[in-house]
Ligand binder design. Structure first.
Ligand SMILES: [Zn+2]
Ligand SMILES: [Zn+2]
Length: 224
């Protein structure tokens, strides 16, 4: 369902435009934001999963078209009535004459907010709004070698449009490496500082260092 059609750099540009910042959603929890119809969230991911890929469950809430009234708004068996101000067009047209030229301007009808209709008996499920909030659970497929900041987009999984027939927004999940006490992340690399005793540094030794796989033994040469 998810495809990686964006790079980490693209995600960073979106972060700078007011989307989640580096610390959002860390550690562990997801911080979800809505931006018009799009829903943006950070997913803190264990670094093993960033390296090898895997699945992470996410839960988020979005607005869906009300199933009871299929988004139309009135209670079953009732009909909306046309807005008297705009006569059902949803547009308010004003005209003025400027230097002998007739200028017509259309704006959204202020009384019905562009819907063109009024609902006298609203649908009880959505209170006439045509949308209800819905909790969604998804499994995110994290590709192997995922960069910290990778954005995964799922088209149409954001919120439903308020306009009948309008396209729903996208869900954008930004993959972030969860903090890990064993390593420090420097770009795509993992670093570990390990202290050794002065005598071991002078005489040389072997130390065990954790990695994403099994621990490895590293030789410390004499005189380090
Ligand atoms: Zn409804
Ligand atoms: Zn109107």
């Amino acid at each position: 369902m998810f495809d990686c059609n964006q790079t980490g750099q693209h995600a960073v540009e979106q972060l700078q435009r007011g989307m989640p910042t580096a610390n959002d959603g860390l550690p562990g929890a997801c911080a979800w934001r809505t931006r018009r119809l799009a829903i943006v969230g950070c997913l803190a991911t264990p670094i093993e999963k960033l390296a090898r890929g895997g699945e992470e469950p996410v839960r988020y809430s979005h607005l869906i078209t009300c199933p009871a009234c299929t988004g139309s708004g009135p209670k079953a068996g009732t009909q909306p009535r046309p807005c008297p101000t705009c006569k059902g067009t949803g547009q308010k047209t004003t005209s003025r004459r400027d230097a002998g030229v007739l200028i017509q301007q259309s704006t959204l009808c202020p009384d019905c907010h562009g819907r063109g209709t009024f609902i006298d008996s609203p649908c009880p499920s959505c209170a006439g709004r045509g949308q209800v909030r819905h909790e969604e659970s998804l499994i995110v497929n994290i590709p192997p070698g995922a960069e910290d900041g990778l954005a995964l987009r799922s088209a149409g999984k954001g919120s439903a449009s308020e306009m009948p027939g309008g396209a729903p927004g996208d869900l954008l999940i930004i993959i972030r490496g969860a903090p890990d006490a064993r390593f420090e992340r420097v770009g795509a690399d993992l670093w570990r500082n390990q202290e050794i005793g002065v005598a071991d540094a002078v005489l040389g030794t072997e130390i065990s260092v954790p990695t994403l796989d099994a621990p490895v033994t590293v030789k410390v040469p004499p005189g380090t």
